[in-house]
Design a protein around this ligand. Structure first.
Ligand code: GAR
Length: 192
């Protein structure tokens, strides 16, 4: 039987800022045979990100970087990614905005998951805005990252019904569960 070493998979970095539930689902996905990715690095813009626990749990190297000093940080990060042959970046709840220069210079793919049906509700507070507007549906989107925020080509979306009882908290929870399935599916599509 072929030994699953990860060596023939796409070396991937996942960028996080928070609880890291999408990161956890991507790690699980990366371990199945059909997955095209191998998660080699976790980057966080804060040491407070709970998702960093998965770096320890799954023995993945991690970097906590200060994106406030963006120019210097990104320069070092780009060099590190290149040295480590990282070919894919998955943003998963990463709340810093990467500079145009970084996006241009990293000449491999950058993907993001966003908690709305883009192009609706780019930016923050997506669930609140969908409920306030009395939308019947919201959802999540996986898209390519380009220099314009939340505007790159859409890879996959999942529509989720908003009920009358939904608050931004319940809706966020509901959509997050779909995000965990959508991100792996979108990655499969990108590499199919
Ligand atoms: C997810 O809902 C993700 O879509 C969102 O943050 C949450 C992170 O959860 N991302 C954005 O809002 C990006 N603009 P997680 O840390 O549990 O994966």
């Amino acid at each position: 039987m072929e030994k699953l070493t990860g060596l023939n998979k796409v070396k991937t970095a996942v960028f996080i800022s928070g609880s890291g539930s999408n990161l956890k689902s991507l790690i699980k996905f990366s371990k199945v045979k059909k997955s095209p990715i191998f998660i080699d690095l976790i980057v966080s813009n804060t040491k407070k990100a709970k998702g960093l626990q998965y770096a320890r749990q799954f023995h993945i190297k991690s970097k906590i970087l200060n994106f406030k000093n963006i120019k210097n940080t990104e320069k070092k990060l780009l060099a590190f990614l290149e040295r480590n042959k990282i070919k894919l970046i998955c943003l998963a709840g990463f709340m810093s905005i990467l500079s145009k220069n970084f996006i241009k210079k990293f000449d491999c793919k950058i993907l993001n998951i966003h908690p709305s049906l883009l192009p609706k509700y780019k930016g923050l507070n997506t669930h609140n805005r969908a409920i306030k507007n009395k939308d019947k549906f919201s959802g999540c989107t996986v898209h390519y990252v380009t220099e314009k925020l939340d505007s790159g080509r859409i890879i996959m979306q999942k529509k989720v019904k908003i009920t009358k009882r939904d608050t931004s908290t319940t809706l966020a929870r509901k959509i997050l569960k779909h995000e965990h399935k959508l991100y792996p599916k979108a990655i499969l599509k990108v590499f199919s």
